[in-house]
Design a protein around this ligand. Structure first.
Ligand SMILES: *[C@@H]1O[C@H](CO)[C@@H](O)[C@H](O)[C@H]1NC(C)=O
Ligand SMILES: *[C@@H]1O[C@H](CO)[C@@H](O)[C@H](O)[C@H]1NC(C)=O
Ligand SMILES: *[C@@H]1O[C@H](CO)[C@@H](O)[C@H](O)[C@H]1NC(C)=O
Length: 351
């Protein structure tokens, strides 16, 4: 095993099986807007604000039968040129004492494998464990629930937050994602210079349905944590690559407590609702890799964000994928201080 894969394994410490390579790459923000072709197809404006990355064929409605992301996209905001999937999450807001809100900036993620560079956006992992079956064209799923207000309903082993005490993330700190002191809530306080959000998706598929009414019941978790997943249940026998989203929220801009709200509550919230904090963390996935490149990447032990000729996948330079963006299809201000978090019928006004 070479050094990089040892480092990868160190990042996922505490796993007995130190066998695998995995994809780990950056995706820049394609657009920040209120659309959701998975949960609210066709709806403008969707109930809450998302940040979306991936292929630029992203649209308000993306019917799996007709919308072929690899064929319709002309660029992708993700590192691999063959990945036209779309990945999205809620965005985080800071509540200023004066009642205005502002989006918390996002930054790339570092670690001993090298800094992932992206403009906003998130980092994506595809973690295989043994032989896995890549997603089929049209496959989509949802992890977490935007309407959940109950922390105890979240499995902290799969959806969690970590307080980073330094803005220098050249070393991974702590153990594997969603272990140790990681929390369901968004951590805050003087010591939290950055917040890392982790969303781990289910790894077992029923082998039949590309989607399901709740976008969840066609897949199942086989455990918790970033190990690639364990043995699949008989109802969902097909082992998938494990998808993990990693987001770095740079909260260090908001350390001055004289800016914090007087209500004594967490100044950081997700875009879902002021009452929904870490419990509302969720991630949406619409598979869109070209042809069978993802299957080949998994079968050929492709690693991190590097070129992998065995699978025919190519790394793009950050300047190339950072340049892949889209106009808002649900236009409204999302940058700078706003009077309120964009939701409901009306577009938000600037503060
Ligand atoms: C979105 O889909 C509509 C309807 O199919 C199409 O007319 C439009 O061009 C698409 N927009 C973008 C930006 O791809
Ligand atoms: C995070 O925000 C701080 C304060 O605004 C800034 O100085 C720093 O450069 C940011 N860090 C990154 C990695 O962008
Ligand atoms: C709140 O403070 C921010 C930062 O100084 C400012 O941009 C914004 O306009 C203020 N909002 C109100 C309602 O005063």
């Amino acid at each position: 095993m070479h050094i990089l894969s040892l480092a990868a394994v160190a990042a996922l410490a505490h796993h007995a099986a130190a066998q695998f390579n995995m994809l780990r790459f950056a995706c820049s923000q394609l657009v920040v807007e209120r659309t959701d072709p998975l949960v609210n197809p066709g709806m403008l404006y969707s109930p809450h604000l998302h940040q979306i990355v991936g292929g630029n064929s992203f649209n308000v409605s993306m019917p799996p039968e007709t919308h072929d992301q690899a064929a319709l996209s002309t660029c992708t905001s993700c590192s691999f040129a063959e990945d036209f999937s779309n990945y999205w999450t809620a965005v985080m807001f800071f509540r200023h004492r004066n009642g205005s809100v502002i989006r918390v900036p996002q930054v790339g993620n570092g670690g001993p494998q090298g800094q992932l560079i992206n403009k906003g956006g998130l980092d994506v992992y595809y973690i295989p464990s043994g032989k896995v079956t890549a997603f089929k064209k049209g496959f989509r799923m949802l992890a977490g629930s935007a309407t959940n207000t109950d922390n105890s309903k979240v499995n902290k082993g799969n959806i969690c937050h970590r307080c980073w005490q330094s803005t220098n993330d050249n070393q991974f700190t702590g153990g594997a994602p969603c272990t140790g002191a990681d929390t369901v809530d968004i951590p805050y306080g003087n010591q939290c210079k950055m917040v890392r959000q982790t969303i781990i998706f289910p790894t077992c598929w029923d082998g039949k349905n590309l989607d399901s009414p709740d976008h969840q019941s066609h897949v199942a978790y086989s455990g918790a944590g970033a190990s690639g997943g364990g043995r699949c249940p008989a109802t969902h026998p097909v082992k998938l690559p494990q998808i993990m989203y990693e987001l770095m929220w740079n909260t260090s801009t908001f350390m001055d407590q004289s800016m914090w709200p007087n209500d004594g509550k967490n100044p950081f919230v997700y875009s879902t609702n002021l009452g929904n904090r870490g419990s509302a963390a969720h991630g949406d996935y619409l598979f869109g890799w070209k042809d069978d490149t993802l299957q080949k990447a998994m079968d050929n032990n492709c690693n991190l964000d590097r070129d992998c000729p065995r699978a025919g996948i190519h790394k793009q330079q950050p300047a190339v994928y950072n340049a892949c963006t889209k106009e808002q299809q649900a236009p409204e201000p999302v940058d700078g201080y706003l009077k309120s978090i964009p939701m409901g019928e009306m577009a938000a006004e600037r503060a």
